[in-house]
Ligand binder design. Structure first.
Ligand code: ADP
Length: 231
């Protein structure tokens, strides 16, 4: 089953007199429960496509269906609701809230979106912190843990609402190579455990090989699709 269907997608940025065609007639299809990498050089359109699939921005033309919803048609409020219900995000700068503890950072999306009581979700948060390997850090602030640990917390925060799709824009860009591998493998483990679909972008060739499906972007166009599951 397709979780994401993108057809003939175009994105044009207008900056004063200058027109930038960031995506040109992009079509792609992402099955539920797969681990997908979007690769390509800097400026090839990776973030643009993730922002569009992640309902953070609107296309100039073309269709984007996520969980059978045409997301290009949603207004700002509907897009925010849709993100809260179906999507999780991991960013290259981790984007944790500095004044909250590790535990509270993971709890935050539940308070914002699901409106659940804290007693009910405590167990779930602790289990997830354990699964991503930061249970011992649960009372620390982000500034008291390492970059790799911060990204583990960010992965837990993305998963706590049990989203269908997690979007990770260059999640390993600010990590050393060993830590980057560990984070990618953690995301893969979480994918297997929760059957969540992960789409991540990277321009690190060594990380790319960990994906099941690899889309290569060049100058705003899909140049190649590789399915490594059959190998
Ligand atoms: P990547 O993530 O592969 O580095 P991006 O999607 O960020 O590529 O950018 C694709 C192209 O779109 C680049 O030429 C970039 O300069 C341009 N671009 C991205 N975001 C904006 C924006 N908000 N306004 C204007 N141009 C943008």
């Amino acid at each position: 089953m397709s979780l994401v269907e993108v057809n003939h997608l175009n994105k044009i940025y207008q900056m004063g007199e200058v027109t930038i065609s960031a995506l040109k007639d992009v079509s792609l299809d992402i099955e539920a429960g797969t681990f997908v990498s979007i690769v390509g050089p800097s400026g090839s359109g990776k973030s643009t496509i993730l922002n569009l699939v992640g309902c953070l921005d609107q296309p100039t033309s073309g269709s984007i269906k996520v969980v059978n919803q045409e997301v290009g048609e949603l207004n700002n409020k509907q897009r925010a609701d849709f993100r809260g219900q179906h999507l999780g995000f991991v960013f290259q700068n981790f984007n944790l809230i500095p004044v909250l503890s590790v535990y509270e950072n993971v709890e935050y999306p539940l308070l914002m979106v699901k409106n659940e009581s804290s007693a009910k979700h405590k167990d779930r948060i602790l289990k997830l912190l354990d699964a991503v390997g930061v249970i011992d850090q649960k009372d620390k602030r982000p500034s008291q843990i390492s970059g790799g640990q911060m990204q583990r917390v960010a992965v837990a925060r993305a998963l706590i609402t049990q989203p269908k799709l997690v979007i990770a824009d260059e999640p390993t860009a600010n990590l050393d190579h060993d830590t980057a591998y560990k984070i990618i493998n953690l995301m893969k483990e979480m994918k297997n455990q929760f059957n969540t679909t992960f789409v991540f972008s990277t321009h690190d060739p060594k990380i790319i090989g960990e994906a099941e499906i690899i889309y290569t972007l060049e100058d705003g166009m899909i140049k190649n699709r590789e399915d490594r599951r059959t190998k």
